[in-house]
Design a protein around this ligand. Structure first.
Ligand SMILES: Nc1ncnc2c1ncn2[C@@H]1O[C@H](COP(=O)(O)OP(=O)(O)OP(=O)(O)O)[C@@H](O)[C@H]1O
Ligand SMILES: [Mg+2]
Length: 370
């Protein structure tokens, strides 16, 4: 999978952007605040119709302008396609080969990206919500329809929680709760099943990468924490039935607490180091190594499922790591990835080889260096 050309206008602070990326390493070098991350954001937007930095795509439009667009030409398995996204006041429009898609979900599946930025360095240390987001993005990359499934679950959860809150002190409308439960169980069962399937493929890859990254010096463990009793090989019906049971057991307590205590929204990935919880036990460097291993594993799994590695967007992670680690990081990543886009304030942080194009980023202008 390769990005052959990228164009953007009125996106953040970027001057009209036209670039032809190198098939391997693309380094975007510039001082702070010049627009390096904005270039990666443009690529991410093209692939996912969202930003990796914030929820509202509208904020990507240059201040004072009313619309923005990104276009790209990609090649996947010998097929070239043109993709485009327009952000306007009225919403988003996405097109493939010049044809505007009716449903945004039709758009996905052609261009896949994995992004690794400074926020990800604390993936194993931070709050569970970050790890759920990681899981969800990784699943979405492999199964684009997961996005709608996940949204349906979030809506069902919101409805049930609103009902629980609204019935405080008045007793709940049991019939209404039962119908909300039914929707939540169906949607939640689907999400649980997707995550169960994903982690059963993913965790063995993560463990193998851990061994590789730490050269076997530490025993790093990772487990999927979800509903009590969820089997690693549960099918969708089993996930749904288990959720039905757990939700019904928790209902008295949910009514007291006025929120839904059981379900995919409380899932987590639990990391351990030499048998102790990594969250409290691991050093800063070990957290980075674990976060890195997660991303490498995500790339490897996507590579085998999609028949080629996704694009890798590396946002400013190199300055956070020392030089020795940095060389190791680049070696691992370059083995796992295909086309790579890296931002840095100083190219000396990046162990570049001959297969590299450096772009200079200054005040929103992106220029290739000879
Ligand atoms: N909607 C917008 N319209 C215009 N400019 C914007 C918009 N959003 C952000 N910017 C500007 O974009 C610049 C930040 O760009 P970006 O985050 O890509 O910088 P960077 O080169 O990655 O910097 P750093 O090295 O600090 O990460 C800032 O100058 C910011 O003011
Ligand atoms: Mg940046």
């Amino acid at each position: 999978m390769q990005l052959l050309a990228l164009e953007a206008e009125r996106l953040r602070n970027l001057a009209p952007l036209r670039l032809e990326p190198h098939p391997r390493f693309n380094v975007f070098e510039g001082d702070n605040g010049q627009g390096k991350t904005n270039v990666l954001e443009a690529i991410y937007l093209l692939a996912t119709l969202r930003s990796f930095r914030e929820a509202r795509a509208r904020n990507l439009v240059c201040w004072g302008e009313s619309d923005a667009w990104v276009r790209g030409e990609i090649e996947r398995r010998g097929i070239r396609r043109k993709m485009g996204v327009e952000l306007a006041k009225t919403g988003k429009r996405a097109a493939i080969d010049g044809r505007v898609v009716d449903r945004l979900s039709e758009y996905f599946g052609h261009l896949h990206v994995v992004v690794f930025g400074p926020e990800d360095l604390v993936l194993t240390k931070g709050a569970p919500v970050n790890r759920r987001r990681f899981l969800d993005r990784a699943i979405f990359n492999l199964h684009p329809s997961y996005l709608d499934e996940m949204r349906a679950f979030v809506t069902a959860l919101k409805h049930r929680n609103e009902l629980l809150r609204a019935s405080a002190g008045r007793g709940v409308d049991r019939a209404l709760l039962a119908s909300f439960d039914e929707e939540l169980i169906r949607r939640g069962g689907r999400v649980l099943w997707r995550r169960t399937r994903f982690v059963s493929d993913f965790l063995p890859v993560v463990r193998a990468v851990f061994d590789d990254v730490t050269a076997g010096a530490h025993a790093i463990g990772v487990d999927y924490e979800s509903l009590a009793g969820l089997a690693a090989d549960a099918d969708e019906d089993a996930c749904t039935e288990l959720y039905r049971q757990r939700l019904s057991e928790a209902t008295p307590s949910d009514l007291r607490q006025r929120r839904t205590t059981q379900g995919p929204h409380t899932d987590d990935l639990a990391f351990s180091l030499d048998g102790f919880p990594a969250r409290v036990h691991a050093s800063q460097g070990q957290h980075r190594a674990m976060a890195l291993a997660l991303k490498i594993a995500e790339l490897q799994l996507a590579d085998s499922v999609l028949g080629g590695p996704p694009l890798l967007l590396l946002d400013d992670v190199s300055s956070e790591l020392d030089r020795g680690r940095n060389a190791q990081l680049m070696a691992h990543l370059s083995r796992a990835a295909g086309q790579i886009f890296v931002t840095t304030t100083d190219r000396r942080w990046i162990a570049v080889d001959g297969e590299t194009q450096v772009f200079r980023v200054e005040a929103g202008r992106v220029l290739p260096e000879p």
